[in-house]
Design a protein around this ligand. Sequence first.
Ligand SMILES: [Zn+2]
Length: 377
Amino acid sequence: MRPSNQLEKYRHMDNVLLHLHPDFSEELERVILNWNSVQTEKRFIGVHLKRDFEKSLLTKGAIELTKAFQLGAQIRTESGFSPDNGILIFTEKRIFEGNYYQLYYGGSEETDPYPIVDVVSLDFIRNLFNQLKKGKDYVFQAILSNILNAQAQGAGLLTHDDTRGCILDFCNYMPDILVGLENGPKFCPKDILNVKKLHKEYLFELAEVVEKRRYKIDNDKEVNTRILSSEKPRLEENASEFDYDVALSFAGEDRRYAEELAKELKHQNIKVFYDGFEKANLWGQDLLVYLSDLYRLRAKFCIMFLSNHYAKKLWTNHERQAAQNRAFKESREYILPIRLDDTIIPGILDTVGYLNWHEERVTDIAECIRQKLLIRR
Ligand SMILES: [Zn+2]
């Protein structure tokens, strides 16, 4: 793709592409103008997304961090920029990496296959700020702080676990976020020194632009309301947007059963999420996350292999019990249990129909699943 003349003149500069999210594109463009006028190190460029990319990023669900980096890199290429220019994109999806959810942010290193891409999840930010009394006044400000945090990390600064009301406070911890917002986007004394040591003084100018905006917070009312009320995804999600038809959930000890079914499902052209096919070590300790979130978001059904091993894995941690119970209840239509033995699993209601592995042939089980999928469509 040939860059336009408009872009050509920026090519020699250090560019940062910022995704103009439809909820706050005008406001962000205004900030971009200011950022570009106060310093000469970084040239910020707003980019609107093509519909394909919007569909990938601005629908609900979950997205693997690497996949998000890849999308960011693609958007950058299609906008006519090389991989040495930074890009920051927003997504409505929750970001996950292996067993864990990144609460709302992930950034790739220069050495990564998709370098210098930052991804911010608005899903999490909205949930967070909708719970706060003051939240509705600060959400756009928080988004800007996030961009600053990404810029600072990109410049080689490190986040710190202790809360100092600093741009580099580790942002996954709620009190930090509030302190940071009430304090305005500032660097702590240690990081002021670090910024100077690294000769990244332009970061001060960027922070100051956002700091000045604090006094215009009243003007943000409209955009904040818009951001916080965006509970519905911009684009309707339909069943075909699920990554998988079914996901298999099982204890490691029961792998042989899961594998047998996975192969049969694959044979019948049913899209199955089974870690043996994924070649990723996804079956760690945190089954709960998968049950309640990941599976639900990525697959139409979850096939659960119930056994004494499974029960042990699930109920070892008492604190989780309530949450799991809830997850099961909410997932009644979604969980299709297969019993490997007679173990009773609290939360899986007796009313949920189940198949007994030892009474069925694997081909019949696969056929049942295929029927379920037909009804669901
Ligand atoms: Zn700091």
